[in-house]
Design a protein around this ligand. Structure first.
Ligand code: ATP
Length: 434
């Protein structure tokens, strides 16, 4: 993990937030290639669950919501973790994370556990008092539930159908850690899939399989993923079933996404608290009901971390004949790779930079492509390997003679010659619909 964290910082994937001030506790900033990777992860999800389906629509609800939302959802009264204080060193811990009954830092005595609400509180408007308190959303799905009727009417969908959303969520986690795995500000991608009550079980199974497949489709090794059905005693009060998709991180098997059968809990609560009718009338069957909801709820930052960890490979002694140092390669799926190709003039003379620039200008109309003319060609290849660039295109002396460039494959290191005017076609063929 340490080496991945270091690569992320060195190459511009992820930095600690406000680092020059000593960092903000468990908040992270995505750098120049990190933001591209994250956008590609979100794009891949959106394509799979919205664009390519006719039973799904998207939504982008506000982070700030009416405070009653969080009363109806149960977050004001119940969204808490058990907190204990060490009487000696004053550190705070999540009681359910501790193995024994003493402080893990200093061995001191701990207080009794008490509930600690994880929502960030703030005020809406210019007056700060109890009546203006609201919260930064701790999950995106409530924005979907409160818009259920709006979407139903405006999109003319009928159950079974789903609403998908990607957005920031905030939780004032007691214990954070494992890099971006548990942060206080993070992004979620969530689907609320509304179904007739009697179809809930069947759609639950469907979404577990569908979501598991998405991770392997984008390159995660199947044997590093597993499904973990929740035991009866760990189910959230609103869920009748829940299965987590877990990834085998270096710090252990951990949840990437949970798929839950939330039944009609949320619509029923919002119907009661808002006084609005949230039922659906099925014209064909002439019956009115509150749809049940299957929720696949995942974390963008967590899955991005899994994609990074899974793609990372170290080669002791390097892959070339000369090198003795350790080389690292990020074997990211081409659709997720931040930079699709690098254009590299072999040397900075004989017209190579000009020819390379022309190719670069042509390719970047289609994809994120980098131009790099600094340092030895071997070093430039290694830099691209470390950020997961699938192809490097080198402009050399032969380019002036026959118009071809060397195309190097990140994974096989195979080099072939491709005509410069066929590079767009070549990349389109290799990358698919990136
Ligand atoms: P955990 O048990 O790890 O705290 P959770 O079960 O509370 O997670 P959910 O409320 O089901 O998480 O949230 C759905 C998804 O949102 C999780 O699967 C995870 O990917 C993501 N997520 C939740 N909390 C965090 C966090 N603090 N940092 C990053 N991602 C998070």
């Amino acid at each position: 993990m340490e080496r991945i964290v270091s690569l992320c910082k060195r190459r511009g994937f992820i930095y600690p937030s406000s680092e020059i001030y000593g960092g903000a506790g468990s908040v992270w900033d995505y750098g120049p290639v990190g933001v591209l990777l994250k956008n590609n992860v979100k794009g891949a999800w959106w394509r799979a669950v919205v664009q390519q389906r006719d039973d799904m629509v998207g939504l982008d609800a506000a982070i700030l919501m009416h405070p009653r939302v969080w009363e109806a959802s149960g977050h004001v009264s119940g969204f808490s973790d058990p907190l204990v204080d060490c009487l000696q060193c004053k550190q705070r811990f999540r009681a359910d994370d501790l193995a024994g009954d003493r402080c893990p830092a200093c061995g001191g005595e701990l207080t009794e556990a008490r509930p600690f609400n994880l929502m960030f509180k703030t005020f809406m408007g210019p007056v700060e008092n109890e009546a203006t308190v609201t919260y930064l959303r701790p999950e995106t799905c409530q924005g979907i539930f409160v818009n259920f009727k709006n979407v139903l009417v405006s999109s003319r969908k009928q159950p079974p159908f789903g609403i998908a959303q990607i957005g920031k969520s905030f939780r004032n986690e007691i214990t954070t850690g494992n890099f971006t795995f548990r942060s206080r500000e993070f992004e979620q991608y969530e689907i609320e899939y509304f179904v007739p009550p009697e179809q809930a079980d069947q759609w639950f199974e469907y979404w577990v399989a569908e979501r598991l497949k998405w991770y392997t489709d984008f390159g995660i090794a199947a044997d590093r993923l597993r499904l973990r059905p929740h035991r009866e005693d760990e189910l959230a009060h609103y869920a009748s079933r829940c299965t987590d998709i877990e990834y085998g991180f270096p710090f252990g098997w951990s949840e990437l996404e949970g798929i839950a059968n939330r039944q009609d809990f949320d619509l029923r609560q919002h119907q009661e608290y808002s006084g609005r009718d949230l039922t659906y009338f099925d014209e064909a069957e002439k019956r009115r009901y509150l749809p049940h909801v299957i929720e696949p709820s995942g974390g963008v930052d967590r899955s991005m971390l899994a994609f990074l960890v899974d793609a990372y490979e170290e080669i002791p002694g390097g892959r070339g004949s000369a090198g003795a140092e350790v080389e690292s390669v990020l074997r990211l799926h081409p659709r997720l790779a931040p930079i699709k190709a690098a254009v590299l003039p072999l040397v900075r003379r004989d017209g190579m930079p000009d020819r390379a620039r022309a190719i670069y200008d042509d390719l970047r109309r289609h994809w994120f492509v980098e131009y790099d003319e600094g340092g030895s060609i071997g070093r430039r290849y290694r830099r691209q390997d470390e950020i997961g660039t699938p192809f490097c295109m080198t402009i050399d002396s032969q380019t002036a003679e026959d118009g071809t460039v060397t195309v190097r494959d990140r994974d096989t290191m195979e080099q072939i010659r491709v005509s410069a005017d066929k590079l767009v076609e070549f990349l389109r063929d290799k990358l698919g619909e990136c």
